[in-house]
Design a protein around this ligand. Structure first.
Ligand SMILES: Cc1ncc(COP(=O)(O)O)c(C=O)c1O
Length: 452
């Protein structure tokens, strides 16, 4: 009897060009990658070009893409309006080392869309945005401590990697000074009384969270919790920071705060904000943002103001792409399209699991989805999907995620991180149908291999 071909055999067979490039990449980059999430065994794929909802690798394989620029490409790859705006701007100069009209337009659009955004400061990434938000909160309150929630991701800067002790099941990085870790306290999400206990002594400058739950809603949060946080932080004069780097402009044109009506003091933004180019922002209350403002007081400027240079802040290319993106966001049309397709995708993938009798759950919100295989986790709708009985959906073990990622790639679908993704304003019914077929084939192969 011929030996059964495994998912990993197929992966190697279909991607020789990627394997070759990966072997070269190993000479230049640690583990051959330039972003942790792209690290995958036996090697990651190398992409050659992309358009709309699709991308093609160096071996000529075509994929329905749900990575969508890590969530930045709400209008898909190479959208004509954004491409044109960037090309036009590139011809007029990419950096003026000075103020320009486009940054003004970009900032005004953020203020129009995001309820908390009375003023805005642009940064070059989401990581820089959370760095700035925490620093502003510290300067504004005169306190050092930051409260965050286990497994909530806020970029890779020192303040937000959390305390290893509190997140012992998922340490996020070595190399952070103990003194910094000591000021960042991480607690489980969802329990208002834990927050109340933590804030009781009045030591915290800020509470930061991903407002739909850890890891862009992988572990969903109830809206009630957001309301509880709003009340508690106001009571304790602690700055409430919604990290809407993923959810901003996606969960609604005004993000989570626009959809659920809970307004934070500060909001961090990136991804969709910059239309697929690099860029981030902190937006929020005027009295907090004014910690960045110069005064006619040398003592204030030298010692009390929050300093913020940054070569590529609001650079003209990002401003052109971002402003063009937000002009589409304001219509709400991409949301209607992406959310409808996402709902169909979630339902159809769940139907596949049900039909095959495979334990698991696909769930999501607006235009993002997550997949858990191997365990059932019922959900109900309460604005944000939430498990009806007991703890939040389990995070899928990374070994299972890697196999799902490889299997789906073999069948022409690229998932974000291997167990979820983003739909966009340009995904199609055909994309969904092909994805459902790919999922059925992949889960079938995983079952043959005894993986699920
Ligand atoms: C919620 C959240 N905050 C912050 C960041 C960091 O953003 P960036 O990758 O632009 O530095 C990310 C990145 O994925 C994110 O998901």
């Amino acid at each position: 009897m011929a030996a059964t071909r495994t998912i990993i055999d197929d992966y190697r067979r279909l991607h020789p060009g990627s394997q070759h490039l990966y072997e070269e990449a190993l000479h230049s980059f640690p583990s051959g990658v330039t972003h942790d999430i792209r690290y995958t065994t036996p090697f990651p794929i190398f992409i050659d070009r992309a358009r709309g909802s699709r991308k093609w690798d160096v071996d000529g394989n075509e994929y329905v893409d749900y990575v969508m620029g890590h969530g930045a490409l709400f209008l898909g790859h190479a959208h004509p309006l954004i491409t044109q705006a960037v090309v036009d701007q590139a011809q007029k100069g990419t950096h003026y080392g000075a103020n320009h009209r486009l940054e003004l337009e970009w900032g005004q659009r953020v203020r129009e869309l995001v309820p908390s955004a009375k003023e805005v400061r642009f940064t070059s990434s989401g990581t820089e945005a959370t760095l700035m938000a925490v620093r502003l909160a510290r300067a504004y309150t005169g306190r050092d401590k930051l409260l965050k929630f286990d497994h909530h991701f806020h970029g890779w800067q020192d303040y937000v990697v959390g305390s290893r002790a509190a997140e012992s099941d998922s340490p996020q990085s070595a190399g952070v000074p103990a003194s910094t870790l000591g000021n960042t306290i991480s607690i489980p999400q969802g329990d208002v009384s834990l927050v109340e206990d933590a804030l009781a002594k009045g030591e915290f400058a800020a509470v930061i969270l991903e407002p739909t739950g850890a890891s862009w809603g992988t572990v969903p949060l109830r809206v009630d919790f957001l309301k509880g946080l709003r009340d508690l932080t106001s009571w304790h004069n602690t700055v409430l920071i919604f990290d809407e780097v993923v959810t901003g402009f996606r969960v609604s044109p005004g993000g989570v705060q626009g959809r659920f009506g809970v307004t934070p003091d500060l909001t961090t933004l990136a991804k969709i904000l910059a239309g697929g180019l690099p860029g981030g922002a902190v937006a929020g209350k005027t009295d907090i943002l004014s910690m960045l403002a110069f005064r006619e007081d040398p003592a204030w400027n030298a010692g009390h103001r929050v300093a913020h240079p940054g070569t590529f802040n609001a650079n003209p290319l990002s401003a052109a792409a971002g402003s063009t993106m937000l002009a589409q966001v304001v219509t709400g049309n991409p949301h209607q399209h992406a959310d409808t397709l996402n709902e169909r995708l979630v339902n159809d993938l769940n139907y596949v699991l049900q039909r095959m009798g495979t334990p698991g759950r696909v769930y999501g919100l607006a235009s993002y989805f997550h997949i858990v295989l191997g365990k059932d986790c019922p959900v109900e709708r309460d604005g944000i999907e939430w498990p009806a009985d007991g703890p939040p959906p389990p995070r899928m073990p990374s070994a299972l995620t890697a196999v799902l990622k490889r299997g789906m790639l073999n069948h022409g679908v690229d998932l974000m991180g291997g167990n979820g993704g983003f739909t966009s304003g340009v995904h199609t019914q055909k994309d969904v149908a092909e994805t459902v077929e790919a999922f059925e084939d992949t889960v079938g192969e995983m079952r043959v291999e005894g993986i699920v």
